[in-house]
Design a protein around this ligand. Sequence first.
Ligand SMILES: [Zn+2]
Length: 277
Amino acid sequence: MSTDSFATGYGKSTSSLTKSKRLVAMDHSDKAYSEVEKLFQKGWKHPEKGKPVIRAIFTVLSPQKSLDSYAEYKYFAFNLCSISPINVLVRFQVQVVNQLSNYRRRANEQLLFHGTSQLCPLGKNPSAPPDVCSLRSCSLCSIIKNSFEIRRCGTRHNFRRFGNGIYVTSCSSKADDYFSSPLRSNFRVLLVNRVIVGKPLKRKYNATSLNELPSGYNSVIGVPGGDLNYEETVVYHNDAIRPAYVVVYDISPASNEAAQRSRLGFLKSLFKTPLAS
Ligand SMILES: [Zn+2]
């Protein structure tokens, strides 16, 4: 999916944002809805997981100031201007430069998934308003309201494959591994994020002490084949990423049963012996 379709949404209705009203439900007929859905289904690669069914997709509304600092990072990261105090003129230039397709190609802006912990019932009830909560420890709502912070990333997981950074992936079923909620519900939630990948350093093997990139690189992409089974991308700057959409889904019981049958069939053929059901 091209990121162009949401770039035009910058600034829309963001001047009067309240803390809780940060999500707008997308209609099924919306072009962006089907594009996000396609991206989500294409990225679902774990054969042992059932097929997911999308229940809702929300657009994230961010404050204009937050979108400006993201656009400014994109602008300066590619040496189109030397870093200097930001002024009104530069902000205008940032908006103009964002319209240039060759510049967007260089910024290599992508939509990538992130799974995190959720403590509130956001998205679990389709008829309830999609209000974000005020719980400090609800990572999902904290990211929707304030975007990502490197110092808070990975605090639940001691292992950081490529050092202290913000981890995202094109593989939705991998991001799903990191979703957690104490609530009893089949509904699960993932964030879809705008990410400035720029020029990535590609690695097959772990580098846990990596905290700074070699000159000329903007991110790390972990590619499958060595220590990884599925792709992951890491950025090391808070302004290199913004949450864009929230996907609510469940993994249908029918497809779970099919996956279970497939696993049993595989084991039967492996051991050539009947298995107790
Ligand atoms: Zn919450």
